[in-house]
Design a protein around this ligand. Structure first.
Ligand code: ADP
Ligand code: MG
Length: 461
């Protein structure tokens, strides 16, 4: 018996299998298993869940992935809708066995409803995927990880605040959630609140509107560990800055732990008042450096293992070399390749990877040219363009030249000989040496590491 609905159920079975592979048995069992597919409405798949709470959680944490998996399995699908299904009446199980198509819910219930603010919690929920166990440690992030673990393991703040900073997609949010999970596990009596700076502002503004800033203050000041993500977004709004600062000081005075993240260092948070900026830098400032090739490879290996998929080493090397921007994109690329293989039935190879990631790789290729890199470095260090290809060995020009070679390797797809050629016809071994040198120096020399990070940010902006 073939019907359109049985097709839909078969596709759903595929999507479910992918969800389970990607998010693991635990998250799948908790959040995704209760999902049911109801019907296809034009280009929209309508699914149902038992409760409003689950609906909101799934939309927030898995919505995008579910939609793209559906689109992968059935190209006609453009969007998904989740609605809350009515509770099953007694004996429904028997009835359902006869009629496999769930009763379509009312269409009005399909629109993603906004959560009423009253029911919102003060903080955001922690993502079950973001734990210390699932975080791959390498040179670029080991300092930040050690600091995060220390905070999670200490009953009184070892440093306050812990300020984590680094570019987008390098694991700041992941580490904050990991701190939260660890504390809940080890000292569950401690009250941990994690939220984005935006949410913090939103709550404050709401309290202002209701003339109820008192309880806002009480609420936050009763917390043992407060983590505020992406504080660069607080910049500018004066009253919120003020409130943030008061809350911050009150918590610090009471010996509570604060963890802050931002995409730049405290000193570079230009929208913040000077006293707040300097106060944020009093604790421990831990930066997460851009990934290295080794770390990217390590992350790919770990993720592939988690997905339970054999990915040829050469494909992982290819990805690690080509997708250098951040871990989020790297993960996305791996997921796409794995999913493609699972429904095309073709083995994973560099060729299929190229094909599946065409758009992504092109964006990376286009990203920066060697000349742009040279120009940025020249400006940054106040040297001359000619110094990029000259044979002068004075450190004041040789070091920036090495930085430029390093960035050329990281940010473009040029080979070592090609890079050498653009730097006054140097040999590829010279380029190799420059790259190693900069990699090594970045670990020892903070200011150099910051120069390199700033240049990279500027070039990739
Ligand atoms: P940020 O908050 O710095 O923008 P996220 O913490 O959201 O970045 O990380 C982006 C994605 O990359 C997340 O899925 C996260 O789990 C993953 N990720 C980042 N760094 C690592 C790492 N070292 N090991 C494993 N996963 C990582
Ligand atoms: Mg983040």
């Amino acid at each position: 018996m073939i019907s359109p609905s049985s097709d839909l159920q078969a596709q759903w079975a595929q999507v479910r299998a992918m969800l389970r592979a990607e998010f693991g048995d635990t998250a799948f069992g908790t959040w995704l298993k209760p999902l049911e597919v109801a019907r296809l409405d034009g280009d929209r798949v309508v699914m149902t869940v038992p409760t409003q709470f689950m609906r909101d959680w799934i939309v927030a944490h898995y919505g995008d992935r579910i939609r793209s998996m559906w689109a992968g399995v059935n190209p006609a699908v453009r969007s998904i809708a989740l609605s809350v299904r009515p509770p099953e009446p007694r004996g429904a199980a028997a009835a359902a066995a006869v009629d496999p198509v769930p009763v379509p819910p009312p269409v009005a219930g399909c629109e993603p409803a906004e959560v009423a603010p009253e029911f919102e919690e003060m903080g955001a929920r922690l993502d079950p995927r973001f734990t210390f166990d699932s975080f791959v440690v390498g040179k670029p992030n080991e300092f930040a990880v050690a600091a995060a673990e220390k905070v999670a393991a200490s009953l009184s703040p070892p440093f306050n605040p812990l300020f984590l900073y680094g570019g987008v997609g390098l694991g700041k949010t992941h580490l904050m959630h990991a701190i939260g999970w660890r504390i809940r596990e080890v000292t569950p009596q401690r009250r941990v609140v994690y939220l984005s700076a935006e949410k913090f502002m939103y709550q404050f503004v709401r309290a202002l509107r209701r003339k109820d800033t008192m309880s806002f203050k009480e609420l936050f000041r009763s917390v043992d560990v407060l983590m505020v993500d992406d504080v660069q977004f607080i910049s500018g709004k004066e009253s919120t800055q003020e409130e943030f600062f008061h809350t911050f000081n009150a918590l610090v005075d009471r010996g509570r732990q604060i963890v802050i993240s931002a995409d730049r260092s405290p000193a570079d948070l230009s929208g913040l008042e000077e006293r707040i900026r300097s106060r944020l830098g009093w604790g421990l400032v831990a930066d997460i450096h851009p990934t290295t090739y080794e770390l990217r490879l390590g992350i790919l290996q770990t993720k592939a293992e988690k997905l339970g998929v054999e990915v040829p080493v050469r494909v992982m090397e290819f990805l690690a070399a080509r997708i250098t921007s951040n871990v989020r994109e790297l993960e996305g690329a791996l997921n796409r390749i794995v999913h493609h293989a699972s429904f095309s039935g073709r083995p994973i190879s560099i060729d299929t990877a190229r094909e599946v990631l065409k758009d992504l790789l092109r964006a990376h290729d286009r990203r920066v040219t060697i000349e742009e890199i040279q120009r940025a470095v020249v400006e940054h260090y106040g040297i001359r363009m000619a110094d990029m290809s000259s044979s002068r060995r004075a450190r004041a020009v040789a070091r920036p030249r090495q930085v430029a070679m390093y960035l050329a390797k990281q940010l473009t797809t040029r080979s070592l000989p090609e890079i050498g050629k653009r730097f006054g016809n140097r040999d590829h071994t010279t380029v190799m040496h420059a790259i190693r040198q900069i990699e090594r120096l970045c670990e020892e020399d903070r200011s150099l590491a910051e120069d390199v990070a700033a240049l990279r940010r500027r070039l990739q902006a």
